[in-house]
Design a protein around this ligand. Structure first.
Ligand code: ADP
Ligand code: MG
Length: 258
């Protein structure tokens, strides 16, 4: 019997950047696995290497040490089966919402088929932007622009979705709504999600497992599997279990920062 390979696996990963003021060690000895269709949050203080972890997973950056595998294959370049959502949506300002969502296929093949347009339309509806397809990014609010970024990341129907503090530029209410919307998409179309955040409550509300990173050089200092029932909604925020996990993580992070 062969075990199914993990969606994402880091073994002994270290990352050192060469900077003008010398070598900067961003990650040291990172070991972790994320199973297919798991929703995992990565939580840690600013500068601990969260974005570096994401760039390594996506193949945008190669590790100084150790190995990274996606579905059992060493990562050597960006892959089509990984979608990325950044903190800011980085939309093309002169292109319509529809063309922004179609960007991955146009970039890859140089053309767009009628089926691609149908897929884009369906995704635009799924993220709640029906009737906005011909608008320009500037005509949309920050939350709506971030939805376009999510639709674009979903375009190639990736098995893995990497999200780097995707909602941190949004106001608190929009942020929470977007989180639930993401959960609906994930429940409807299961994906492996690596969700980076520095918000403890956001991590607990969304994920099934939380990897906590320590200060630079970053490594995984805690692997917390949570047990909060799904589907989750506004009520989940009042759940006693949720409070307990948030309290535990807060004291862990405070202790480490002390
Ligand atoms: P986080 O996302 O947790 O805030 P990052 O992964 O962005 O942290 O960065 C971790 C550390 O590595 C920081 O000290 C940052 O300045 C440094 N760093 C990140 N990318 C580069 C780079 N390309 N060149 C030099 N230093 C970098
Ligand atoms: Mg970051």
């Amino acid at each position: 019997m062969t075990a199914t390979p993990a969606a994402i696996r880091f073994a002994g990963v270290g990352q050192v950047f060469q900077t003008q003021s010398g070598a900067l060690e961003a990650l040291r000895g990172v070991d972790m696995t994320i199973d297919r269709h798991e929703f995992v949050a990565v939580l840690g203080p600013s500068g601990c290497g969260k974005s570096t972890l994401l760039r390594l997973t996506s193949g945008l950056l190669m590790p100084t040490r150790g190995t990274i595998e996606v579905f059992g294959k060493k990562v050597t370049e960006p892959r089509d089966d990984i979608g990325i959502v950044f903190q800011r949506p980085t939309l093309l300002p002169w292109a319509t919402i529809e063309d922004n969502v179609l960007f991955p296929v146009r970039h890859k093949t140089g053309s767009v088929s009628p089926d691609d347009r149908k897929t884009a339309q369906a995704l635009i509806e799924k993220v709640g932007l029906k009737d906005f397809e011909k608008r320009l990014p500037d005509e949309l609010s920050g939350g709506m622009q971030q939805r376009v970024g999510i639709a674009r990341a979903l375009f190639m129907n990736p098995d893995i979705l990497l999200m780097d503090e995707p909602f941190s530029a949004l106001d608190a209410l929009t942020r929470e709504e977007m989180g639930f919307e993401l959960l609906r998409i994930w429940e409807d179309q299961p994906k492996t999600v690596m969700f980076i955040t520095h918000s403890i409550s956001e991590a607990v509300l969304l994920a099934d497992r939380i990897l906590v990173m320590g200060e630079r050089p970053g490594s995984i200092v805690e692997n917390l599997k949570t047990d909060i029932p799904r589907p989750r909604d506004m009520e989940t925020s009042n759940n006693q279990l949720m409070h307990d996990y948030v309290g535990h993580l807060r004291s862990l992070l405070l202790k480490r920062a002390a």
